[in-house]
Design a protein around this ligand. Structure first.
Ligand code: ATP
Length: 438
């Protein structure tokens, strides 16, 4: 059923739903548009409306071929309670849907998509804007474009940050998706531009591998791996590409490349990647053996939502039936002891196709013993982190109730600085982004 959004736009039908709201196919004075209407409970928060109004200029001003343009920001609506972002309509699927179909992308395609998004991030970072929720769901593929293949565009700029700003009373939160969360966020540091680099290169890894480097199992275990583990090398990956990925997945934000350099380094690799098939690798081992505690198991993924292992587990309890993909979490920052408690070898290994599984009879009893120990440690640590999520239930459940089940378990992170969490994000190595390592 059509509904009016502001005085100039009409929303015709739902294109999709995410954690923060519903995206509609709409119509405005300039033709078809996409309109993201924020969840009612979010829109009802007067602070949030004020923050959106405050950021209006920055959101509307962000223009780049790899960023979905925001044309209008509507605060009010017929009942005075809508917050809606009117965006350019992108003709094509999001990258999550594309990846579900393809399972793994050819290195050239994965790198081309990542390079485009990195160039968009460079412009945003230079304008002081950190995205903070880079993930395949927020990358849209415009298939109407050229013969050279679809154009990747990053959407949802600023939404995570605006929803996440500290509320009155000094309590802030980080809204994010565990598989893509940079370790410094898990450790409670304010998110700077380098978190986008970490998340984007996590996406690149996922496009190549079919799974994220630290995903799988309980959300708490994913967070612990972000801080303590090193990404497993993908068999058959070109050396220079792997070195770039490693650098951008560095635990220390200052060691990661800046967005502009990442974009140009990736583009330099493109000619050598031409014609390479998707990597021929097996499924990851190890993380699937870290079961969630019974009461904290993620909601089942709907039939057909993915094939094969998809370790970027949606953190959904009581998700709305039409929401397959609510992936946000709201977390409390673990203290150092808690983190240290989980730092025992549960790193996964990745085997080339055809190679026997580690832990098979051919690998012998010693390997099995090692794995049992690792799994036990993983389960214990996952339990501890699960406890944090439960402990944060004060806010999380309150939110969950207001959401009417439309989103995932949200997390609360005490804002370490107690102040604004984005800070300058420029490419000059200000507070927003430390200089890249040589
Ligand atoms: N500008 C757009 N043009 C066309 N389709 C869009 C546009 N923006 C979003 N969509 C579609 O709407 C769906 C929901 O988008 P939304 O941004 O709410 O999802 P999400 O990224 O999972 O949400 P969130 O980040 O809030 O959890 C997506 O599947 C996407 O395909």
């Amino acid at each position: 059923m059509a509904r009016n959004i502001g005085s100039h736009y009409t929303a015709h039908r739902v294109l999709g739903r995410g954690g923060a709201g519903t995206v509609w196919l709409g119509e405005g004075p300039e033709g078809p548009v996409a309109i993201k209407v924020l969840r009612e409970d979010l829109a009802a928060d007067p602070d949030l409306a004020e923050r959106f109004a405050h950021e209006r200029h920055a959101l509307l001003g962000l223009e780049h071929p790899h960023i979905v343009g925001v044309r209008e920001l509507i605060i009010g609506g017929p009942d005075g309670r809508d917050i809606a972002l009117v965006m350019d309509l992108v003709d094509g699927p999001d990258l999550r849907a594309h990846l579900r179909r393809e399972r793994r992308l050819a290195p050239r395609d994965a790198v081309a998509i990542t390079a485009g998004i990195a160039s968009g991030l460079a412009v945003a970072h230079a304008a002081g804007i950190v995205h903070r929720d880079v993930k395949p769901e927020n990358i849209l593929l415009d298939t109407s474009a050229t013969a050279a293949g679809p154009t990747a565009l990053l959407t949802d700029f600023g939404v995570a940050k605006l929803i996440d700003e500290p509320r009155h009373g000094g309590k802030g939160g980080v809204v994010g998706t565990p598989d893509y969360l940079a370790p410094e966020i898990v450790e409670g540091l304010p998110p700077r531009a380098a978190v986008d680099i970490y998340a984007l290169v996590t996406v690149l890894y996922e496009l190549l591998a079919g799974f994220t480097p630290f995903g799988g199992g309980h959300p708490g275990a994913v967070l612990r791996r972000q801080v303590t583990e090193t990404a497993a090398e993908l068999p058959g990956i070109p050396r220079e590409l792997w070195e770039l990925i490693q650098q951008c997945l560095a635990k220390a934000p200052a060691s990661r490349l800046r967005a502009a350099e990442l974009a140009s380094r990736l583009r330099e690799l493109l000619p050598d990647l031409e014609g390479l098939p998707p990597l021929d690798i097996g499924d990851p081992e190890g993380h699937a053996e870290e079961p969630a505690p019974r009461e904290e198991r993620p909601a089942p993924v709907p039939a057909g939502a993915g094939r094969g292992p998809r370790p970027a587990v949606p953190l959904v309890r009581g998700a709305a039936p039409d929401s397959e993909r609510a992936t946000h979490t709201r977390m409390r920052v673990p203290d150092p002891d808690e983190l240290a408690g989980g730092a025992h070898g549960t790193a996964r290994s990745i085997r080339p196709v055809g190679q026997p599984r580690a832990g098979s009879a051919r690998h012998g009893a010693a390997a099995r013993r090692r794995r049992r120990l690792a799994v036990t440690a993983g389960v214990l640590a996952a339990g501890a982190l699960g406890g944090w999520l439960l402990l944060s239930g004060g806010d999380g459940e309150e939110d969950g109730g207001r959401q009417g089940g439309t989103t995932g378990v949200e997390s609360v992170v005490e804002d370490a600085g107690g102040g604004p969490v984005d800070g300058p994000a420029d490419e000059d190595g200000g507070a927003g982004l430390a200089p890249a390592a040589p």
